[in-house]
Design a binder for this molecule. Structure first.
Ligand code: ADP
Ligand code: G3P
Length: 496
């Protein structure tokens, strides 16, 4: 009997691999940061070959450090940064261009034109998304329009499009699998979340040949086996976008349960059951996962910059040497000293969707120190999350009873206490914070019978720490009012 599941968590800034045992406990982790490429302001790219080599490298490392051989692996599960768009040659397997990353804004004006043509309601109704450069559709159009000869080759069937899940499955299987799961497909602007199929009308509007597209599959199923690499013969059993995988890994499988992942960005998802809930507040309706052909849905609030603002303190301002130092620095002051930071480095996502907003620091006085800036950065992450909560409660009609949290920045106790204060509900951090990888592992493990059913894995969830609201309500209201003022200053800043 195989003893472990190998989860691949291909994130925006790093590739991670985690080996889980039958109790859902971590046996080994390996992680490797890879290159972020910024060719122009507002553009963000990754090298597809580096995505694959770093992911394969950490997977091999994690297996070695767990002391298991590929034969001991019951299945591989994939969770991935979503929307990031790749185009490659089916024969050589070589990418035609760097991957265009979800944060990239180069297609903002294309989205504006589609909106001016009155097309947003069609996209909204069919895909559950807003017309924004965040999603894959207009990124793929850009590649076809800007790489010489790409459109003709795409129409001839020589090229393959995929998000990172497809790219990893392609490479793991030695080019045999060209697939994507429904949760990833639901982030492309090309997928109908009601019929669970690629949508011809949307493909025509975006001028995308259907021959490029991967087959849409369940999030938990044996798709095939690894081939032509050191993972030879391991079944690939699960795939989901990283935020949906985290929802699964957090055990949020019932209507009204919500999680927030604090990584590069911040993504709050609430499970809404077997039917999609339409947002009246610019949240996204998205496929949570598809199992046995049936989809479950989530409402999502996507914030583009969260932990990345902490990285900016480190790399841009140099006021900390390591992300972990931000907590100690922020704790040297008792409050933000009137400083508010809006981290709109690449526009604002939900619920504002303003591609032209830019970063702003307001309220600086002669007494402002690096510590106040650090505190304002952490607070900005919590303020953005609180804005999502308000929209989500109103759309779903469900009042949040608690928020489960995870992701790299969720180690930060000061951030989570402030989050609980703002939300006015308990914030709960689980023992296993690698819930994205855990979700991918669960999806794969269920497909191969490593675990019997969802009830079994939901029992593994254990609390590490609970943060309860402590701040007086008049102070909370005052803080929120200033945050709203700061937001107003950042919006539309870079509009053409
Ligand atoms: N102690 C900390 N306090 C605040 N942010 C942190 C801390 N440790 C890490 N981070 C932030 O968490 C992010 C990394 O989280 P992770 O979940 O690995 O992201 P991703 O999956 O998007 O690559 C980085 O942006 C980093 O700045
Ligand atoms: O890589 P992460 O964890 O920041 O997640 C990125 C999201 O999937 C983008 O939609």
């Amino acid at each position: 009997m195989s003893s472990v599941i190998l989860a691949l968590d291909q994130g925006t800034t790093s590739s991670r691999a985690i080996v889980f045992d039958i109790r859902g406990e971590v046996r080994a982790v390996a992680q490797h940061e890879f290159r972020q490429i910024f060719p122009q302001p507002g553009w963000v790219e990754h090298d597809g070959r580096e995505i694959w080599s770093s992911q394969a490298g950490v997977a091999a490392e994690a297996l070695a450090s767990a002391g298991v051989s590929p034969r001991d692996v019951a299945a591989i599960g994939i969770a991935n940064q979503r929307e990031t768009t790749l185009l490659w040659d089916r024969k050589s397997g070589e990418p035609l261009h760097n991957a265009i990353v979800w944060q990239d804004r180069r297609t903002a004006q294309h989205c504006d034109r589609l909106k001016q043509d009155g097309l947003e309601p069609i996209f909204r109704a069919k895909t559950g998304l807003v017309l924004d450069a965040y999603f894959s559709g207009t990124k793929l159009t850009w590649l076809l329009d800007n790489i010489p000869g790409a459109r003709e080759r795409a129409e001839a069937g020589d090229l393959a499009f995929g998000t990172v899940d497809s790219w990893l499955a392609w490479n793991l299987s030695g080019g045999r699998l060209h697939i994507t799961d429904a949760s990833n497909a639901s982030r492309t602007l090309m997928f109908n979340i009601h019929s669970l199929e690629w949508d011809k009308e949307l493909l025509d509007i975006l001028r995308i040949p259907a021959a490029l597209l991967p087959k849409v599959v369940d999030s938990s199923s044996v798709y095939g086996c690894c081939s032509g690499n050191i993972f030879e013969s391991i079944p690939i059993g699960g795939m989901a976008g990283d935020q949906q995988a985290a929802l699964f890994g957090q055990g949020c499988g019932k209507e009204g349960m919500a999680k927030n992942t604090y990584g590069t960005g911040c993504f709050m998802l609430m499970h809404t059951g077997a039917r999609p809930v339409t947002s009246g507040h610019n949240l996204l309706t998205t496929v949570a996962w598809q199992i046995n052909g049936a989809a479950e849905y989530a409402l999502e609030g996507s914030v583009f910059i969260a932990g990345a603002a902490v990285q900016w303190l480190r790399d841009g301002l140099g006021i900390i040497r390591d992300s972990a130092e931000v907590e100690a620095l922020a704790a040297t002051v008792t409050d933000n000293g009137g400083v508010y930071f809006v981290p709109a480095f690449s526009g604002l996502g939900a619920p504002h969707w303003d591609p032209y907003a830019r970063g702003t620091i307001v309220g600086i006085s002669r007494g402002t120190t690096a510590a106040h800036i650090a505190r304002a950065v952490l607070e900005s992450i919590a303020f953005q999350t609180d804005d999502l909560r308000a929209a989500m409660e109103s759309d779903s009609g469900v009042l949040l009873s608690e928020l489960r949290v995870d992701g790299g920045a969720s180690v930060n106790n000061l951030l989570l206490q402030f989050q609980a204060d703002l939300l006015g509900v308990n914030v709960v951090r689980p023992m296993v914070r690698e819930t994205t990888a855990l979700g991918a592992a669960y999806l794969a493990g269920l497909a191969v019978g490593f675990w019997s059913d969802r009830n079994e894995i939901e029992r593994f969830w254990q609390r590490d720490r609970l943060f309860t609201p402590l701040m007086a309500s008049d102070r909370v209201s005052m803080l929120k009012q200033f945050w709203a003022k700061g937001l107003g200053r950042s919006m539309g800043w870079d509009a053409p």
